[in-house]
Ligand binder design. Structure first.
Ligand code: ADP
Ligand code: MG
Ligand code: MG
Length: 871
């Protein structure tokens, strides 16, 4: 009943039910909190009556009475929402103390010091949390008293000095609030309940919820619980422990405790707590009992637990338990070992690991012991850590990279022209752009660390330096980035290699056993293809041929092909490119032998292969003014003219995709020939290859009919020419709404569909991604108009509906139509689950995301099985 009782309340109730020693108490539900807000911040009628009624039950169980003059019950008031929100509200302890009850506590315990100390703490916590008087004002008064008495620690204060502290606290409260500190315990309780409700909407809570995508209308519960005291002598104490090591996952208790202390002392750092294992020597019975309970809780919740406990005069009490937070490494080991121990099933183990965490395990990481000089923070765009000399130019990065230097490419943003620089760099740092900016997407694809959108850094390309505040970093200086946290660090950082554990390998093989979706990778080079295979990919879902066109040895030929005025000129340029492309496809098909490889024909608008208009204008103007090199000027002017003619008002919706194949058929013909030549050669050499030729951005069946005819003809001719037979498939990328609607027609000429959800999202929303992320999308997300960034998590309602339509219509024509996805979404767990639900055959993502996709696909299959029976 977490939603109603909050996580803390639900677990306290459950622990009580299974017979664990939990101090008696009650929980006011989140529904009451929601009602409190509905009434305009007013406690619902009858709430306090109900609290009073239930308090008598608590009193009976505790054997004490709230506000009683001889045997007073003291309580803690604790917040607790459905999702744990650390630091939302501080807990109030010792509530119920006043001038009279404090004397009874002193009498009953025979310890005036303890009674006064508890009272002092209570006034301070209540003053801070309920009355909103800054904590430091109380601390100042306490420190003054310590100074007056010439002592260093709180514990050294005598009862008399504590009495003075209490009086000074009360004076402070009166001067700040204009009234006396409340003496009536019931009034204290009512005020505390209201404060917990209010805390649901304090600034830190709202910020935390925004960061963690927790809804704002859930409300918090209030737990009122009888106090137990860990500060009643050396047979008392308090502590916190994890049932397994949260950093490594090792199956040993991990935690700390303090003898003779109350809860907040452990965190306050006044005394250094001791490792939990020492409890074994000090209070062996308590230790044995705690170990027993820890085991029980773990097997009850089937998860590693984080437990808070207190010992009062030789009696152990459990105050809280929850699923413990852990590192990725620990998460994998714990899941695996719990299954091996028979505590959970393999399927439950698979559900215990958060797929997006797996990412951390495959990249080099900063040594956690290292001292770091962090100078700025950007978005954690692609995990892993990198150090290198700062360079501001892709060509220079490539040049230095070839010389074996380690460089860090720093740009305001990157474009497809910078690819070779990104390839050569250890990592990328940009000052503009979001998590799906070009730099971020490309870096993730390559498994390269990237920090983007780091607005604190100001780049000066002319001076070749960047600055953060007053710190200036010049070209060549060493800088490091941490792509998992977004940190930018001065100098080189010590790093650790990732270790792939046996548990990890085993867990993922379990995932493969239950998942239904196939997992492919997006890869443009044989190296990426090999990496993808290592990570468990069983095919390539997207080879982007334009990345090959960007290579420094190819670009001049590509430009010549674009600039060609006649068909002959164009064919001449293409004849240079043909063997190069053939070599590319040969390498990838070979690396992926036995598995399908989807190769997309040229997709981006041609102007992306030419210099920018601005650049050319500057160059030609300079050449004109100096009159230095008329021949070069002539050439540049010709280029300028072409660039102008290719200029488009909206390139995203422009002359690209298979529109290029229609207007420049020779380009596609060259690429198709290259693919089949490579396939033929490999077949002759005895390799089994499965090329899939993919036509991008189709909108009509007539396009597909045309290309299908062409592809088949070239395949036939190639096979006949060398007298071999190989398998191939023809299909299209589905990335426009119209293609989804007419999917039944397209399927007539397709063996496969692959959803290009980046473009499909752009065209469904009518947003250009890069513009949206820079301009208005952040506002849409902050103001909750959109819940998620649709470029990261598939928009099920809109884009998803189009996908569902395309799947159904496509399979109506061709029941065996193979359907996959190759957008960035293919490696995002929520989107992978969606792909499973609409019945795709596979997802394809960047190589480093393959393990994430494998686990996410397994989880989708398991959840699905629970609902509709196993597949
Ligand atoms: P948080 O949600 O921040 O962990 P808690 O409500 O768990 O806050 O309270 C913090 C600490 O206060 C507990 O770990 C425990 O040490 C102490 N505490 C809370 N309730 C009690 C209680 N009934 N008796 C003794 N100590 C308590
Ligand atoms: Mg707690
Ligand atoms: Mg596209």
């Amino acid at each position: 009943m977490r939603a109603l009782l909050g996580g803390k309340g639900a677990n306290l109730a459950e622990m009580t039910n299974i017979g664990l020693p939990v101090p008696p108490g009650m929980t006011i539900t989140t529904a009451a909190c929601i009602e409190y807000y509905r009434l305009g911040r007013k406690l619902p009628d009858g709430l306090m009556d109900e609290v009073k009624r239930n308090l008598t039950v608590v009193e009976e169980q505790a054997g004490k009475k709230f506000g009683d003059l001889t045997n007073p019950l003291l309580v803690s008031v604790r917040s607790g929402a459905m999702f744990s929100m650390p630091g939302m509200m501080d807990t109030i302890l010792n509530l119920g103390l006043n001038e009279q009850t404090v004397q009874s506590v002193a009498n009953n315990t025979g310890n005036l010091r303890f009674a006064y100390d508890s009272y002092r703490r209570f006034i301070q916590m209540f003053g801070d949390v309920v009355l909103e008087i800054p904590k430091y004002e109380f601390e100042d008064l306490l420190n003054q008293q310590k100074e007056n008495q010439g002592v260093k620690y709180d514990q050294e204060l005598t009862p008399e000095s504590l009495r003075k502290v209490i009086d000074s606290y009360k004076k402070l409260v009166r001067s700040k609030t204009g009234r006396a500190f409340p003496e009536d315990p019931m009034e204290q309780l009512k005020m505390a309940i209201e404060a917990v409700f209010r805390s649901w909407n304090n600034d830190r809570a709202i910020i935390y919820r925004n960061l963690n995508k927790i809804a704002h209308d859930l409300g918090t519960a209030v737990n009122i619980q009888s106090m137990v005291f860990g500060n009643m002598g050396n047979d008392s104490g308090t502590g916190v422990a994890f049932t397994r090591n949260p950093s490594t996952g090792e199956n040993t208790l991990y935690g700390e405790f303090l003898t003779n202390a109350q809860g907040e002392d452990v965190v306050a750092g006044i005394r250094t707590p001791r490792p939990i294992i020492q409890l074994k020597e000090e209070m062996p019975e308590m230790y044995t009992e705690f170990v027993r309970i820890a085991r029980l809780l773990e097997s009850h919740y089937k998860n590693m637990q984080d437990i808070e406990f207190t010992i009062e005069r030789g009696r152990l009490y459990i105050l809280q338990t929850r699923n413990g937070k852990r590192t990725a490494q620990a998460s994998v080991r714990i899941a695996y070992e719990m299954a091996q121990e028979g505590l959970i099933t393999k399927q439950q183990a698979l559900l215990l690991v958060d797929p997006s965490q797996l990412d951390q395990l495959l990249h080099r990481q900063i040594d956690s012991q290292a001292q770091l000089n962090v100078i700025a923070k950007g978005l954690p765009a692609s995990p892993g850590a990198a150090s290198g000399q700062v360079v501001f130019d892709a060509d220079e990065a490539e040049h230095l990279g070839k010389m074996g230097k380690k460089v860090l490419l720093v740009r305001t943003e990157t474009t497809p022209d910078d690819i070779h620089g990104i390839v050569a760099a250890q990592g990328v740092l940009t000052s503009r752009g979001g998590m799906t900016s070009h730099a971020a997407v490309v870096a993730r694809g390559m498994g390269k660390p990237c920090v983007c959108g780091c607005e604190a850094i100001k780049i000066d390309y002319i001076k070749e330096e960047f600055s953060v505040g007053t710190t200036v970093i010049k070209k060549g200086e060493l800088v490091s980035i941490d792509g998992a946290t977004g940190r930018v660090i001065l100098g080189q950082v010590p790093m650790k290699d990732p270790e792939i554990s046996a548990e990890y390998t085993a867990l993922l093989s379990w995932a493969d056993e239950v998942k239904y979706l196939g997992i492919r990778a997006n890869a443009d080079t044989p190296e990426d293809a090999k990496k993808a295979r290592e990570f468990g990919a069983t095919g390539i879902g997207l080879v982007r041929t334009e990345h090959m066109f960007m290579g420094q040895d190819r670009l001049p030929h590509v430009q010549q092909m674009i600039l060609a005025e006649t068909l002959e000129d164009r064919q001449k340029a293409l004849s240079y490119l043909l063997p190069m492309q053939e070599g590319d496809f040969y390498g990838i098909l070979k690396a992926m032998e036995g598995y399908p490889v989807t190769i997309r024909l040229l997709d981006p608008p041609l102007h992306e292969f030419l210099p920018s208009l601005e650049e050319l204008l500057i160059e030609t103007t300079e050449l004109r003014v100096t009159g230095k090199d008329p021949v070069l000027l002539e050439e540049k002017l010709r280029l300028l003219k072409k660039v102008r003619s290719l200029h488009e008002f909206n390139p995203m919706l422009g002359h690209r995709g298979c529109r290029l194949g229609i207007t420049f058929p020779e380009i596609y013909e060259m690429q198709i020939t290259a693919i089949f030549n490579a396939a033929a050669r490999l077949t002759q050499e005895g390799y089994k290859v499965l090329p899939e030729v993919e036509v991008p951005l189709t909108i009509d069946v007539n396009e597909m009919k045309l290309f299908k005819g062409k592809i088949d003809a070239i395949a036939k001719a190639t096979m006949a020419a060398v007298n071999v037979k190989f398998h191939y498939a023809v299909g299209t990328m589905i990335e426009l709404p119209r293609a989804c609607v007419i999917a039944d027609e397209l399927a007539e000429f397709c063996d496969f569909f692959s959803f290009g959800t980046n473009d499909l999202t752009q065209t469904t929303f009518g947003f250009s991604r890069d513009d949206a992320e820079g301009k208005f999308l952040p506002h849409y997300l902050e103001s909750k108009i959109l819940k998620e960034n649709p470029f990261i998590v598939i928009d099920r309602k809109g884009v998803g509906a189009f996908m569902d339509m395309a799947v159904k219509r496509g399979r109506k024509t061709r029941p065996d139509l193979e359907i996959g996805i190759c957008g960035e979404h293919g490696g995002e767990p929520n989107s992978v689950a969606f792909c499973h639900e609409v019945g795709l055959n596979y997802v394809s993502c960047s190589p480093y995301r393959v393990p994430i996709a494998r686990l996410a696909a397994a989880q989708a299959a398991i959840s699905d099985g629970e609902i509709i029976g196993t597949r």
